[in-house]
Design a protein around this ligand. Structure first.
Ligand code: HDE
Length: 759
């Protein structure tokens, strides 16, 4: 018997094919705003809306009650060639309101004007109270099957593939704030599993500021801008933040991570993710294991340097957003391995003396290795920021059978907060029906009505038990895949507002982290504390902060005190030596270079064939080449033009992971200080080169970046006063050998050997 094809699905396939045919090939250089090259004249011929760009897709198409609709994603977007009202009536004019005479008053009957303006007036929704600034991508998670012994969750099964949507974020800043500020980063993953949605709502730092959710409003009020002037935006370098974290010393460990390079990631693609709390997994036999979740990026963990982060916040506030979207557009799909540290589910919930319920503590990987259980690949950008990235609603309580909670008091409070917050942000209790939040499994709840209800429920008996709807829906039982809470024992106890004595240790793991850092990383930590506390106004806050640092490490405290010009206090809790955890350091490995950005500087007159070859070679190894020249346009005539992506006016070193100098550009026509403050007129006269290029290489040098030089490029180093024999500076006759060496250096992230740490 031949299988009858569902006509909706068949039609959908055809449309999908059509859309795919229309999709243009990937651009070599990501960032084109549209799938088609724009015309100079305004297009006049009516046509259907353009397809999405090749790298974009929307949420999978499911009904509000979790049924696959077979509707192509394109049908979730606008359609038809003509401008219409929201009700679909075609319009002939949208540039002028309806008036009584061309100079007369506007008429109240102008339904188009009123609809257009009213809708616009209501376009905004409240931003997230924390993690407001973010970027997201679609992808897929593939289980390794290695977690089968500890969790019955089907999506962890061998080769099970589950669609995911991941949103990365900063914590403190508003929606429009800069990406590269010093802050914790959110790392939230929505798994659309066959057993319901599972949200793993984590951060890039494995510990948290507080041990109990009731303190969350306090820490966030302290970290957010001061309530009177509403400054500073998106940063912790201010009095209220340091006032709180020094009075509330359980924040010490997390604050130290923030002051380390982890607080300024190079890219969302190069961050670890952590579930932070200990979770409880349960297998098919009902046996339980305590775990901590880890995301390990295939590209390694890398950071910016502080000056670079600051310049970037001004030059390109969207740096992390752009990096993620560009990498995916260019086909450099970021990947993370999901892993777990496992611990026996003992009565005391301790492991090697570490309280597993205390979210300010890690378990060093050397004590409990991270065991890989699956691989996540992000392979598509959202097609609409608001519909997807802004409206995605995560909730720690979205779990599936096989994953359960522990009594971590921070986790317990989050279980309340995430559901609650969506109601005010997304306008009611039906946020789960927004396309990006829809589960891929049939929904049969008895929740009804409410604002923005988009399901059309049938039946008369949304209550249980009933006989009028035939008893539907029925309860499942564990054997039919129900989520059944682990019947964990709760010890007989008295009601108290209190914490366990083991929660009192606020310094030992901060010291463990400090001792695990390389000398370079320690220098960065000292600099970060000195900067942040130096920005505080209150002397008392600085002095108190030093008393906290004294409890972490004497050297750290002394160095910061020297920078602040304050005396070094005695430790109140003398530091006790801990075994360092090498896994915590970011320095010293080799990683892939996918999506790294290489600036190729040419004066336009040098050997363009070499520039072409190097540009192609950069693309061939999966990196992004950006050609920088004195002026825009193309170089080398019409036959085989080299497109210029950046000029000295638009380029800044922070955009590049490495710089290749193919030439020594003389000052461009706009290279004079009156027009561009980056130009030092004197330097231009003395060196005969464009001073913005000298600024670019000097900054790249300061930021530990690889610099490759051949031909005339050598004279740029000389003019900039940079030693050609310094670590990470490659000079050579052949461009290809220089590029090879630079690529090798990028594998190690930065040339840290260029600097000599004092610590
Ligand atoms: Fe959140 N957190 N959080 N948080 N959190 C929110 O939920 C909250 C905490 C995290 O990309 C809010 O939808 C409380 C730890 C991420 O949409 C809110 C406490 C960790 C995101 C909320 C914490 C996180 C949020 C704001 C203390 C790492 C962004 C908007 C108990 C493990 C998710 C929203 C996204 C967002 C509450 C602590 C991660 C208000 C009460 C610990 C990644 O519900």
């Amino acid at each position: 018997m031949t299988e009858k094809k569902n006509p909706v699905a068949a039609a959908a396939e055809k449309v999908v094919e059509k859309v795919q045919e229309a999709v243009p090939p990937p651009n070599e250089i990501p960032g084109a705003p549209s799938p088609e090259v724009a015309s100079v004249k305004e297009p006049a011929e009516p046509r259907e809306p353009l397809p999405p760009k090749h790298d974009q897709r929307g949420p999978d198409t499911y009904s509000p009650t979790g049924h696959p609709t077979g509707v192509p994603q394109g049908d979730m977007a606008q359609g038809g060639a003509y401008l219409t009202t929201a009700q679909g009536a075609r319009l002939y004019e949208t540039d002028h309101s309806l008036k009584a005479g061309s100079r007369g008053p506007v008429l109240l009957q102008d339904h188009h004007l009123r609809e257009k303006i009213t809708h616009f007036d209501h376009e905004r929704i409240p931003e997230r109270v924390v993690h407001a600034r973010g970027a997201a991508a679609h992808g897929v998670f593939k289980g390794y099957g290695t977690a089968g012994g500890i969790s019955k969750a089907a999506f962890l099964g061998k080769d099970a593939e589950t669609p995911v949507f991941v949103r990365f974020s900063t914590v403190l800043g508003s929606r429009g704030s800069a990406d590269t500020v010093r802050d914790t980063r959110g790392f939230a993953t929505k798994f659309y599993t066959d057993e319901g949605v599972f949200d793993l709502v984590g951060n890039n730092i494995p510990v948290f500021f507080i041990q109990d959710a009731i303190k969350f409003p306090d820490v966030i009020h302290a970290g957010k801008p001061h309530p009177d002037r509403e400054i500073p935006q998106a940063q912790s370098a201010h009095d209220t933040f340091w006032d709180f974290v020094t009075l509330h010393t359980e924040a010490t460990h997390h604050t130290l991570w923030n002051m380390s390079d982890r607080g300024i990631p190079r890219s969302y693609r190069m961050m670890e993710g952590f579930g932070v709390h200990t979770f409880r997994l349960v297998n098919a036999e009902g046996a339980t294991t305590l775990v901590k979740f880890h995301w390990k990026p295939k590209l390694g963990v890398h950071s910016l340097v502080w000056e670079e982060a600051q310049i970037t916040a001004g030059m390109d506030p969207d740096f992390h957003r752009r990096d993620l979207a560009d990498a995916i557009e260019a086909g450099a799909f970021p990947q993370w391995e999901l892993g777990v540290q496992t611990f026996p589910d003992t009565e005391d919930q301790m492991f090697e003396g570490i309280d597993l319920l205390d979210p300010t503590k890690i378990v060093p990987e050397e004590l409990a290795p991270v065991q890989p259980i699956g691989l996540m690949t992000l392979n598509a950008n959202p097609s609409n920021y608001f519909a997807e990235t802004e409206q995605v609603a995560f909730h720690v309580g979205h779990v599936v059978p096989g994953i359960d909670f522990t009594d971590d008091p921070l986790l317990q409070g989050r279980l309340f907060s995430y559901l609650d917050t969506q109601i005010s942000r997304l306008g009611g209790p039906n946020f789960g029906q927004l396309p990006i939040n829809r589960t891929h499994t049939p929904v049969n709840d008895m929740l009804r009505d409410g604002m923005h209800q988009t399901a059309v429920h049938r039946g008369v008996a949304p209550y249980h038990p009933n006989s009028l709807d035939g008893g539907c829906p029925f309860l499942a039982g564990e054997d039919a895949g129900a989520f059944v809470e682990v019947p964990a024992e709760v010890p007989a106890a008295r009601k108290v507002r209190d914490a366990a004595a083991s929660f009192d240790d606020h310094f030992s793991q901060a010291r463990l982290f400090w001792l695990s850092m390389s000398p370079t990383e320690r220098e960065h930590i000292v600099a970060a504390y000195t900067f942040e506390l130096g920005k505080c106004w209150e002397q008392a806050v600085k002095e108190r902060a030093l008393t906290v640092l004294a409890n972490i490490d004497t050297d750290l405290c002394a160095q910061v005190a020297a920078g602040l010009g304050l005396p070094v206090p005695e430790a109140s809790v003398p530091p006790v030596d801990a075994e360092p955890s090498p896994a915590l350091s970011q320095v010293g490995g080799e990683w892939p270079v996918d999506g790294r950005v290489v600036g190729i500087v040419t004066d336009g007159a040098d050997d363009l064939d070499t520039v072409r070859t190097v540009r192609q070679a950069v693309l061939d190894v999966g990196m992004v080449p950006l050609v920088v020249a004195p002026a825009g346009g193309t170089l080398g005539g019409d036959a085989d033009p080299v497109v210029v992506q950046r000029t000295f006016t638009t380029a800044r070193s922070v955009e590049f992971d490495a710089i290749l100098l193919a030439g020594a550009p003389t000052p461009a026509p706009d290279a004079y200080g009156a027009r561009d403050a980056k130009v030092d007129d004197n330097a231009a006269a003395v060196t005969g080169m464009d001073p913005r290029l000298l600024l670019m290489v000097t900054e790249a040098y300061r930021h530990g970046k690889a610099i490759g030089v051949w031909g005339e490029g050598g004279s740029v180093l000389e003019a900039a006063g940079l030693p050609a024999d310094s670590a990470g500076v490659v000079t050579g006759e052949s461009a290809s050998s220089v590029l090879e060496a630079v690529t090798g250096l990028l594998g190690g992230h930065r040339a840290w050997d260029r600097f000599t740490p004092a610590l």
